[in-house]
Design a protein around this ligand. Structure first.
Ligand code: BES
Ligand code: MN
Ligand code: ZN
Length: 500
């Protein structure tokens, strides 16, 4: 397996553009940037920019690129990559990140390794608040997921990025690089196929990934999971020769607020065949991403520790392989989980809520005051919200609002879904406390209502990332595959004060 990504070294330089030494000067250009703002660059490229703009060859739409060689003398760099921002009024966190990613993708494709980022007017003055987004974007595009080729093609990564600015952006830039690194680490795990990432291997890799300075990790095996009475996690794991694991990671900095512990809970199904309620063959291979929620919460915890966020946080990831083996759960089986509640498993493909029920309960036992779980939980959420939006659920509105705000700051799309009490009737069982699969109507909502039963009292929220966890078509700003969605939202959540 070859390495999938590199985080470029970030430099900050206050110098005039001709003095900047790099393979490529990347110059973002808004559709409404005035001619004088770009005059120096236009002159340096022998008016190629203004001609391209006049001919409509370069418009500059978001993420549209235009190469121009530098013909002026006295410039250290040899070429400019102009990159479109679209109208300034439409600028958003996601737009900035995408533009930065597109620059790295374009530069790597030409096998250049040293990139400088210079605002169109050459001063870089308005870069200050965006250096984190830029550096996150640079990291995300410095990624090549083709890690299992026996004869890998030579890989080109951007090694150095220089932010040309007079603003003090170093700390902001570093935090963006930390978040980009965390997201890439999660993408690598999620892209791994099921035979390369069993629950045991996931737990090993997760422990290495999240076990940075300040985090302690514990991996529980089957006897330890049995001792916790996690009958739902064990039940889902029974159908597979690969035994389940429970991953618990703690970040407890000395300066943390005393009365708050953020509990991050993730679904870690390393492959979801559906079990005896088996899925159709078509597209089943995507179900290797069914541990994306687990990777997301581990990545967020890692980033919070590296950012030295003053908050106590724990991550609990339940991991199993959902298989139809001879000891597998059968439709109609009844399980008792760690909470003591009993569940009639009318569909073995609704396995995520089973393992999450035990993990949520455990996180509460460990002292989490504010819970949020992340899971590729339901196809119904894709039907409701499509592939780009995370379904957000929760009954404690201040907590849900805190998450919505964090997502807005991070530039990720979440949409709150209702938990009206009437929906709960669908979970009734004749012989146990609940069934696990109440049918098609409001499937994402009833799944969330099932989880709520295991979250104890106190704020809890649930993110269904079934749509946005995976990205089908490669784009200049994001390769096909795992996306790492919601990591930056959770990091924003953990960095801000937690509401009571
Ligand atoms: N992992 C799937 C959900 C999923 C489906 C994620 C498609 C991404 C794409 C989950 O375990 C599942 O199978 N859910 C069932 C629930 C149903 C049986 C109540 C579903 O959505 O069909
Ligand atoms: Mn399933
Ligand atoms: Zn699943």
């Amino acid at each position: 397996m070859s390495v999938a990504y590199e985080i470029p070294r970030i430099h900050v330089l206050n110098a005039p553009p001709p003095a900047v030494d790099a393979d490529v000067l990347a110059v973002p250009l808004a559709a409404d940037d005035t001619a004088p703002a770009v005059a120096a660059f236009d002159a340096a490229v022998g008016r190629a920019l203004s001609e391209a703009l006049a001919r409509g060859e370069f418009t500059p739409k978001p993420c549209e690129t235009f190469w121009a060689p530098i013909v002026a003398t006295g410039w250290k760099a040899r070429r400019v990559l102009f990159i479109g921002l679209g109208p300034r009024a439409e600028m958003s966190a996601e737009r900035v990140r995408r533009v930065a990613s597109t620059a790295v993708t374009t530069v790597r494709a030409q096998r250049f390794g040293r990139l400088a980022w210079i605002d169109a007017d050459g001063t870089g003055q308005d870069d200050g608040g965006r250096a984190d987004l830029l550096c996150e974007g640079f990291a995300l595009a410095n990624f090549d997921g083709a890690v299992h080729k026996s004869r890998p093609e030579p890989r080109f990564f951007v090694t150095d990025v220089t932010l040309v600015t007079a603003a003090p952006v170093h700390a902001s830039a570093q935090s963006g690089a930390i978040i980009g690194d965390a997201i890439n680490g999660a993408r690598v795990l999620v892209n791994e196929p099921g035979n390369h990432l069993t629950p045991a291997i996931f737990a090993d890799k997760a422990a290495k990934f999240v076990g940075v300075d300040g985090i302690s990790v514990e991996v529980l095996d089957v006897p330890q999971i049995e001792a916790l009475n996690m009958g739902m996690l064990l039940g889902v794991g029974r159908g597979s020769a690969e035994p389940p694991r429970l991953i618990v990671a703690r970040y407890e900095p000395a300066d943390a607020a005393r009365d708050v512990t953020l509990g991050l809970v993730g679904k870690g199904i390393t492959f979801d065949t559906g079990g005896i309620s088996i899925k159709p063959a078509d597209g089943m291979e995507r179900m290797k991403d069914d541990m994306a929620g687990g990777a997301t919460v581990l990545a967020a915890l890692r980033a919070l520790a590296q950012l030295r966020a003053p908050i106590r946080a724990i991550a609990v990831v339940a991991s199993a392989e959902n298989m139809p083996g001879s000891r597998a759960l059968k439709p109609g089986d009844v399980l008792r989980g760690a909470s003591g509640l009993t569940v009639e498993v009318n569909n073995t493909d609704a396995e995520g809520r089973l393992i999450l029920g035990d993990a949520l309960w455990h996180a509460r036992q460990l002292g989490a005051t504010h819970l949020v779980d992340v899971a590729t939980l339901t196809g119904a959420c894709i039907v409701a919200l499509g592939k780009i939006t995370t379904g957000l659920f929760g009954s404690h509105q201040p907590w849900v609002d805190a998450i919505r705000l964090a997502a807005a700051r991070g530039g990720e799309k979440v949409w709150q879904m209702p938990l009206f009490e009437e929906y709960k009737d669908a979970l009734k069982s004749d012989i146990a406390d609940m069934i696990n699969s109440p049918g098609r109507a409001a499937g994402a909502v009833t799944a969330a209502m099932f989880l709520r039963e295991f979250a104890g009292s106190g704020p809890w929220a649930h993110m269904d990332i079934a749509g946005p966890a995976w990205h089908e078509d490669s784009k200049p700003w994001l390769a096909r595959g795992a996306t790492g969605t919601m990591i930056r939202t959770l990091v924003e959540l953990g960095r801000a004060p937690i509401p009571r």
